[in-house]
Design a protein around this ligand. Sequence first.
Ligand SMILES: [Zn+2]
Length: 262
Amino acid sequence: MTDALLIAGGDEPDTGSGVGSGSSSGVGEHLLHADLHNHTLLSDGAGSAEDAFASMRAAGLDVAALTDHAYGRSEPAKTIDDEGWRRLSKLADAADDPGAFVAMRGFEWSSTSLGHMNVWGGDRWIEPLPLRSDGVPPASAIPDEGPPDAPAAMLAFHDWLAAGDELISFNHPGRERGRFGLFRYDPRLAERLVALEMFNRDEDYLFEGVGPDGDLSGPDGEVRGGGLLSPGRTLSAGSAGGAPAAAGGGARGGGRARCRRS
Ligand SMILES: [Zn+2]
């Protein structure tokens, strides 16, 4: 899950007190509370998709997205499918309230080996390439291909993204050791890959678990902690046009589902 403050462009200072402040005024700069990463029972979350938007709105959010896991064939019990995707569309349309509450449909592209990425604002979804190393049964799997900085599944996902106009994020970087093909850069996506999830549940992906030289691998090659940056370095969170910052609080409603480690 992500609790984020988003500051939209404008020329007036924010005068709100936080929750809900973004919904009351017109032109200018707004402080919005958004939660852009949530799972429901349509994948492996803990709450009903039908309750989720209302729950998040009641908790004071201005913007909310449902981003159920898209594992596909690697985790058939934990993935969204076409029917779920259509239901999310109806729910987001019904919950969206122009000028007061933004309800968005999205999904979390979920590769066990390469990482998870949220995709927002499109009318399509896709699962990762069915890799043998991700647990896909051999009969329907493809061999794992490609070097660490250009794995086949990452390239295929980039090609798919390049054909659309969705916004995209890196989620909990380092939880999966492939790190998005070592954060492979694709100029076709540079304007739309706009966010990085720094905190997820009680996990810190910005500061913790990083070695003194920035090396994230332990002596046996395992990834230590989830930290992204080495000490002394800073990250401009504003690869996202605005300046998102993690914040505590946010929705805790009953319909809210949790992002699970897997
Ligand atoms: Zn995830």
